[in-house]
Design a protein around this ligand. Structure first.
Ligand code: UDP
Length: 328
């Protein structure tokens, strides 16, 4: 299949783009490189340097490359940033997604995969979080993804656009020694912990240690980016049987302290840690139920162990302490 991947120069998008190439698809990556890296785009993919705010460029790209499916990763993705700059999310994220959907409809692309988020559930009423848990987004970020999910729902009804929305929990790990996470600034726990191990930072600050959790620190469901990628490959195939939404996590929760302790074991480094204030908007526990995608698509995590997730990220960070900088 010919698949257009927006945000295909980013951490998750490039990993999925690589898997699409490996599974025999033609891939067109569309990215403005505001957060992504040219060197992360798979060699076999066609690269279009463009911005989704520009409808003409989006239209031109679809007319020229005639994709049969679109996977939409390009997005602002930070809960904290969305609380400070809501319009980046409520305006830009939404506008970019809707521009892309409009072009998809106009160019007869009838398969659409949306990268969505566990933040749709805010502070959830029950754990593990299945697809029937009440949606009550925890931030403008989560809300922007929910608006796009709803837009897809209506475009399915009115235009026959078949879609899948995959709501990720905490994507982590590296797809290989030369493909990993590289954000600027970095805000995510595992890469920051590994930067401490590398001596690039002095310490990790634990955001809150008085939560109602076994050790007082927040519990999250870390899912290997390769397992996430595999779910996209399966979901794309399944679109022939209709639209669907899935929660996507490992189903295991690890506290911030457990992540730090595991990273100490994996790296053999001390990794100084210090307790700090809670980060606004962080719910105490987020753990996915992925029963639905397991049952429907036969998906199961193959790299679920936290040691493997952190170990793969450690290999990437050691080999590329400056991320994609200097890579071609
Ligand atoms: N966290 C932390 N210190 C950091 C970064 C993150 O204690 O420097 C915590 C954060 O509060 C959350 C967990 O680690 O409970 C995972 O955070 P991350 O930003 O990686 O992902 P999120 O859960 O926000 O998607």
């Amino acid at each position: 299949m010919r698949v257009l991947v927006t945000g295909g120069a980013g951490y998750i998008g490039s990993t999925v783009a690589q898997r699409l190439v490996e599974t025999g698809n033609d891939v067109i990556v569309f990215d403005n490189l505001s957060q992504g890296h040219r060197a992360a785009v798979p060699e076999a993919a066609t690269f279009v340097h463009g911005d989704l705010t520009n409808r003409e460029v989006v239209d031109h790209t679809l007319a020229e490359h005639r994709p049969q499916a679109i996977m939409h990763f390009a997005s602002h993705t930070l809960v904290g940033e969305s609380m400070e700059e809501p319009f980046l999310y409520l305006d830009e994220n939404v506008r970019c997604g809707v521009n892309l959907m409009r072009s998809a409809v106009e160019h007869d692309v009838d398969r659409f995969l949306l990268s969505s988020t566990a933040n749709l559930f805010g502070t959830p009423e029950r754990i593990p979080i299945d697809e029937n848990v009440t949606i009550d987004p925890g931030s403008p970020y989560g809300e922007s993804k929910f608006i796009l999910e709803r837009a897809l729902h209506w475009l399915d009804e009115t235009e026959g656009l078949t879609y899948a929305a995959l709501r990720y929990f905490n994507a982590a790990g590296a797809a290989g020694p030369d493909r990993g996470e590289d954000h600027d600034p970095e805000t995510h726990l595992i890469p920051i912990v590994l930067e401490v191990a590398l001596g690039q930072r002095e310490k990790i600050v634990i955001f809150g240690d008085e939560y109602d959790t076994p050790d007082g620190t927040c519990v999250r469901d870390y899912i290997h980016v390769l397992d996430l990628a595999q779910a996209h490959i399966l979901a794309l195939d399944a679109l022939d049987d209709g639209s669907r939404v899935y929660n996507l996590g490992n189903g295991e929760g690890y506290s911030v302290r457990e992540v730090i302790d595991t990273a100490r074991r994996v790296t053999g480094c001390e990794i100084p840690a210090e307790e700090g204030d809670p980060r606004p908007g962080d719910p105490p526990v987020l753990i996915a139920s992925s029963d639905k995608i397991r049952a429907d698509l036969g998906w199961a995590p193959e790299h679920g162990a936290l040691e493997d997730i952190i170990g793969s990220a450690w290999e990437w960070h050691q080999r590329h302490p400056n991320g994609y900088q200097g890579m071609s």
